[in-house]
Design a protein around this ligand. Structure first.
Ligand code: GLN
Length: 232
């Protein structure tokens, strides 16, 4: 744990000017806070689409509207982001961020636009927009958040993040995916503020060690929410 306490966790918030529509920048703040309360230094670096990508322990990709999503995708394509993922970079990708990592996604209507093809995931326009609460069973842990997206995503060969308990997620059945150290979900929130366990999962992966337990108000609210929802 001494080694862990000497570490500095660098959190790269990618393109907040494009992918910040739904408050996903809060995920960076949650990670930094949960590191520092454990005596671990954390640095949040906002990387704009015109900046070169930086070396970071955790990369955050948030949600966005169709146009900005396309610009973000192009900026990432010009960068070495995919190589970093192949090399094991830890990434949380939410909604537009999730779609960008797939093979193609729809923009401004039904036009298919090429994604980064990190996973074999195709996003097409749904008949209705998925707006509301999203709850996902992630291996027995409940992930809570809200969703607001027009896309429906089909993922081949890559395991989903979890099973949809309430809401739509990828397709009404499963949500997100896991690929190497990438976790992708349709849950906004910001999702890490609502799900402290997921924030700690990302941090402990980055540090390569388990974290000391931490019971903040967010943890208590999460526990209360789970109780109200019947333990699921
Ligand atoms: N533009 C995408 C869609 O509507 C992503 C939306 C979002 O990130 N919330 O499907």
């Amino acid at each position: 744990m001494d080694e862990v306490n000497d570490a500095v966790v660098t959190i790269a918030l990618l393109y907040p000017e494009l992918l910040g529509t739904y408050g996903d920048g809060g995920n960076a703040r949650v990670l930094a806070h949960r590191a520092t309360v454990r005596g671990i230094d954390a640095e949040v670096v906002a990387v704009s689409a015109s900046d070169p990508l930086i070396a970071a322990d955790i990369y955050l990709l948030g949600g966005g509207e169709d146009g900005p999503q396309r610009y973000a995708c192009e900026a990432l394509r010009r960068s070495d982001f995919v190589r970093r993922i192949d090399d094991g970079a830890i990434v949380l990708a939410v909604c537009a961020g999730l779609q960008i990592l797939g093979t193609s996604f729809c923009v401004e209507g039904d036009d298919a636009y090429a994604g980064l093809a990190v996973v074999d995931a195709v996003t097409v326009r749904g008949d209705t927009r998925a707006v509301g609460e999203l709850r996902v069973d992630v291996g027995g842990s409940l992930l809570v958040g809200f969703e607001n997206h027009g896309g429906r995503t089909t993922v081949q060969a890559t395991p989903p993040l979890g099973d949809v308990v309430h809401g739509v997620g990828n397709d009404g059945v499963v949500d997100g995916f896991r690929h190497h150290n990438v976790i992708a979900t349709y849950a906004h929130g910001p999702v890490l503020a609502l799900n402290p366990w997921l924030a700690d999962d990302l941090l402990s992966r980055a540090l390569g060690a388990p974290l000391e337990p931490h019971r903040s108000v967010a943890d208590q609210l999460y526990a209360q929410r789970c109780r109200v929802l019947g333990g699921n």
